[in-house]
Write a protein that binds this ligand. Structure first.
Ligand SMILES: [Zn+2]
Length: 72
């Protein structure tokens, strides 16, 4: 079962678990793309599911979508 997140919870999660900032001011559900600001200054969009479960917590520049396994 998936936890149902509230906007406030997501905002806290983003603050605690990433260097990015949440720019979106509303959260309507897991399929919605949220707008984030990366620590490098880029804005990027991602669903919270990806942000959370797939550890995609930075922009595509800092964290390219395709990571080769074993790098780092
Ligand atoms: Zn970045």
């Amino acid at each position: 079962m998936n936890k149902r997140w509230t906007y406030a919870e997501i905002q806290k999660f983003v603050e605690k678990n990433s260097d990015s900032k949440l720019l979106s001011t509303e959260y309507h559900g897991f399929s919605q793309k949220l707008l984030f600001k990366c620590s490098c200054g880029n804005n990027f969009e991602k669903t919270f599911t990806k942000f959370n479960k797939n550890n995609q917590r930075k922009c595509d520049v800092c964290q390219p979508p395709k990571e080769s396994r074993g790098a780092k």
